[in-house]
Structures are given as C-alpha cells and as structure tokens.
Design a protein around this ligand. Structure first.
Ligand code: BES
Ligand code: MN
Ligand code: MN
Length: 463
C-alpha cells in the first residue's frame, strides 16, 4: 500500500482541482431552478468514475434525479464493498451570509484547518466526502491494489429525503448485492481524534397550519375577542416541551430504547469541551433534556424542533393586524426503536388534541426516515478501526451521531447488509450553513484511509 501514498502525493493537486470543478456545479436538489445542474453533476461523476477505472458506469433514470451506478468486479469469490454517497447539495441560502460565492470554491486557512479548507456548498456534505471514494478507488485501480469488488451508488436526492433511491434499490436489489455498504457522509470528533460513526437518528417531519378567522383582521377592532393563530401556535409549540425539556407528545417516548449506563459512561468519555462548544456557537448556556449530557442530547435522545415559523406581517414598519393563519415546520429526530410513521401519527393526534376550539389545525407529514445503529463487533467495524489506526496512528472512538441519512436503514432492510459510516467531516465545517467547508487534511486523509478499509475488510472476510 506504500505506493498508493506516492501516487496520491503525485496527484494531489489534480485531486483537489477535480473536487473544485465538482463544487462549481450548483446541484441543489430542492430547487427546480437547478435541475439541469443536478443532471450535469450526475454526468460529471459518471465520467470521473470511468476515468478512475470503473466498469458498467450508468446514469440510472428514476422518477426524480438519477442514481450513478458503477462497479468493478475483479473476482466473484471476493467480498464486495458498495459505496454510497450523494452528489446533491443543500440550497446556499442565505447567500448574503457567505464570505465567498457558495459555488466558487476557494481555499482558506482557519484555526481548525491550518493547512487550509475548501469553502463551497457541498464541500463536506457530501461532494468532498463522496469524491474521496472516487479518488481512493482510482488510487487502488491505477496501482493494481484493488483487493475486492466495488460498486458505487451515488444519488442526487439525499437532501430531499431520497424519494427515488428507496424504490430503485427495492426493484434492483440484485444490482446492489454486496457485503457491506461504505458511506462517508458523517463526521469525526477532531482531526487528531478520529471516530467512527455508529448510529444515526431517524426523522419525522411535519408542517402545521393553524387557521383562525377567514381573513386578516384589524387587531384593534377584533384583537382580544378573536383567537390569534400566531399566539395560539406559539402557545401550542411551547407546550410541546415540559420544564425538564421532555417532549410532551402523548406516547412519544414509548418505543425509545434506553441506552445502558455502561454505554452512556463510555460515550461521555469522548473528548468534548462544553466551554469550546459554547464559544464556537457564541452561546452562554446550553439547553436540553434534563438528566442527559450535551453529547447524549445530540445523539441518543429524541428531539423536537421548530425549523421554520411564519405568520402575519413581517414587512418594514408596523401593521396592526390579527393574522388569519400561522404555520410552522417541525422536525423530530428519532432514536432506536422509534418508528417515523408512528411518531408522525402520535404528533398529529396530539397536536389536534391540544388545539383550542377557536382555531382549525392541519398537520401535513413530509419525508421521514428510520434511525440506525451500526455494530461495533462485525468485521466491517474491525476493518475500519484498523484502517484509522494505520493512517491516524491511533484508535478511532465509536460515536453515534445526531444527523440522519434515512436510506441507511433501507440498506439493511432491502439488501440485508450493514453499513459502515466512515465520515471525515467536522461539526465545525458548517454543513447546511453559510461558509460550508471541508479541510484539505480531511479530504486527503480520507483518500488515504479508505483503501486500508478495503484491504482489511477483504482480509477479515477471508478468515
Ligand atoms: N450528511 C447529512 C447527515 C449527517 C450529517 C449525519 C452529519 C451525521 C452527521 C445528510 O446529508 C443530511 O443532511 N441529512 C438530513 C436529512 C435529510 C432527510 C434531509 C438531516 O440530517 O437533516
Ligand atoms: Mn449528506
Ligand atoms: Mn445534508
């Protein structure tokens, strides 16, 4: 594997330029103005996979954006690693808060990334991390060092809930037959504290509307006598947590699997500074469910958050109006054994129940997803563990993440295989936020570490 290092070193600049080219295409899946760019990105990936040495490279049509498939089967008796990633990105809004164009990648040094980081939408989530796999694959192929079979499944709808990938995998389960799914779309603790993500939260997402009078009213003539939907919605939302930060939705915790004291103790040994955390976010205090640490609140406990809220007059100056309706988007992060459809139903029932008779309430569900925990005992974890040890010089810490990648639960359900989450991003990389970036250290370290995973996974599979 030493010659991979020299090949990577010799091609470093090109690896970065290619990623910059990829980041210049604004593949925003949520906004139809970018449809052509999303399609262009699929073609870009396809061409790069061909150049890297993949076979059977296809841009597979779906009802939505296509899935890029590729493989290289060197021996059917060897194990197969299926790489999953996404080439779509979140919208760049609010664009005015970016220090440079979201689709004009530039490299800047930061305190956390002294060797430089690449700033662009999708740099970390997930183009930079997904592209590491294309380059790691190139490294292996060009150096005759591919130890097993590889498949690629790169989708363009992750940021909108993967509506097409689920049905596509169900229909073409044979195409994706493999021994493990390998994903880099999560984070690690710090550049000198490698960690392996061992869990993702699920998601239940609803939109609510509270309707009062049939039109906006004069707040002097009617105020105090007619229910104000904005007031009502605020009160209803406030009631969704009690004074201990518990969620009050009836039945919400019924299925929640409590994590053992032992596992909690291990989890809290991970390096974490509450002071640095607060400083990074410019907050004076943290907040959350009583009885749990910040690390626990952000990973093993379910949550309920308003993602957006609007009602009434929000233009310049003052307008005395009693709005006719008020709306909010609410997400709930779920943990093992909660089920997203069940939780959505519980929310619906609860929210209707707490509505006063003076308003009408509708709850509309959006896409959801199921939580996952990945085992730390199987050969995939062992192989990843050895790979990190090899390239970082220290063992990786297993850590559950608070984010969601809903499709991962389906890999197990439909393909019957486990997923290994080897993420190289940092929480401070500002994914989904203005000035998203990805460390050059992380990009190159990922490319270096991935081939070792292939090697160790193949070796351990043979035993
Ligand atoms: N890559 C993220 C998920 C993630 C980020 C997991 C960091 C762990 C650590 C993914 O692209 C994402 O943003 N997922 C969405 C859900 C999706 C249905 C839009 C999320 O978690 O909000
Ligand atoms: Mn992602
Ligand atoms: Mn994302």
């Amino acid at each position: 594997m030493e010659h991979l290092k020299s090949y990577q070193e010799a091609n470093k600049e090109r690896y970065l330029e290619e990623l910059m080219d990829l980041l210049r295409i604004p593949s925003v899946s949520a906004d139809s103005n970018y449809d052509a760019d999303v399609l262009k990105t699929a073609d870009f990936i396809k061409n790069k996979l061909i150049e890297a040495g993949a076979e059977n490279v296809e841009v597979c049509e779906t009802a939505g954006f296509p899935i890029v498939y590729a493989d290289k089967i060197i021996d059917p008796n060897l194990p197969t690693v299926c790489v999953y990633g996404h080439y779509d990105v979140q919208p760049a809004d609010p664009v005015e808060l970016w220090d440079s164009g979201p689709f004009d990648p530039i490299i800047k040094k930061t305190a956390i990334h002294p060797e430089g980081a690449i700033f662009a939408r999708g740099a970390c989530d997930d183009k930079g991390q997904m592209y590491m796999h294309v380059k790691a694959f190139e490294n292996m192929v060009k150096n005759d060092a591919l130890p097993c079979n590889v498949k690629f499944m790169i989708e363009g709808e992750e940021e909108v809930g993967s509506p097409s990938l689920g049905p596509f995998i169900r229909e073409h389960a044979d195409k994706f037959a493999c021994d493990v799914v390998l994903v880099s779309d999560t984070g690690m603790i710090a550049n000198d504290v490698p960690s392996i993500c061992t869990g993702l939260r699920g998601l239940s997402y609803v939109e609510v509307e509270v309707v009062g009078p049939n039109r906006d009213l004069h707040s002097g003539i009617y105020g105090g006598a007619v229910a104000n939907p904005a007031n009502v919605l605020a009160k209803m939302i406030a009631s969704l947590h009690d004074e201990n930060g518990h969620i009050t939705v009836d039945g919400f915790y019924d299925a929640v699997e409590n994590v053992s004291d032992e596992e909690r103790a291990a989890m809290n040994k991970a390096p974490f500074s509450l002071e640095e955390y607060k400083e990074h976010l410019d907050i004076d205090a943290v907040d959350g469910e009583k009885g749990y640490t910040t690390l626990e609140r952000g990973s093993i406990r379910p949550t309920l958050d308003v993602n957006g809220i609007w009602s009434g007059y929000i233009g310049e100056g003052a307008k005395t109006v009693l709005p006719s309706k008020a709306n909010a988007k609410i997400s709930m992060r779920l943990v093992p054994n909660q089920d997203s459809e069940t939780v959505t139903e519980l929310f619906k029932t609860h929210f209707q129940k707490i509505a006063p008779p003076s308003v009408k309430v509708t709850v509309t569900p959006h896409h959801g997803g199921e939580p996952v925990v990945t085992p730390t005992t199987g050969i995939a974890y062992k192989a990843a563990d050895k790979a990190y040890e090899k390239t970082f010089g220290k063992r990786a810490i297993p850590q559950r993440s608070g984010g969601s990648i809903p499709i991962v639960a389906m890999f197990e359900e439909v393909l019957g295989v486990k997923t290994i989450l080897m993420g190289f991003g940092l929480n401070s990389d500002a994914i989904h936020s203005p000035n998203e970036h990805y460390g050059l250290f992380n990009y190159y370290k990922g490319i270096e570490t991935i081939p070792y995973f292939y090697q160790y996974f193949t070796e351990l599979s043979a035993k």
